[in-house]
Design a protein around this ligand. Sequence first.
Ligand SMILES: [Zn+2]
Ligand SMILES: [Zn+2]
Ligand SMILES: [Zn+2]
Length: 137
Amino acid sequence: MAGLFSKKKASCALCKKEITHTHKPKRSWKVEGSLCADCYLDLLEKNFEDDPEDRCAVCSAEPGSFNLWRPKKGWGVKGFLCKSCFEEREREDDDLRNSCCQCGSSTGIFPRRAKEEWGMKGFLCRQCWKNAQSRQP
Ligand SMILES: [Zn+2]
Ligand SMILES: [Zn+2]
Ligand SMILES: [Zn+2]
């Protein structure tokens, strides 16, 4: 019975070449079946621009989509981050979190992140957050 399976040969969905090593196309490529290495690389290159989800939005590293992290709300980052960029942001965040970016006083137990439209980076103490919010139209 085992022989039955080994006889089955795969062929590339694009060039129809017989392939021993199949490459799975990415879902976004809308290709049915398997690809040979040539066609796979070809498509990979062509789709590179259209696939920002596979790249770190900060350093453009391509650690693979399983190693990309979704940025936290408020970081103002579109797309995904590689682990090191994510950790760097998080560290930065921790530093900022401790003191108010406006008056420098302690932000207390519940730091409030400045809203993006306020044009401030970091966190605010309760009083400054209130002030900033009341300045909004
Ligand atoms: Zn092919
Ligand atoms: Zn990165
Ligand atoms: Zn303050």
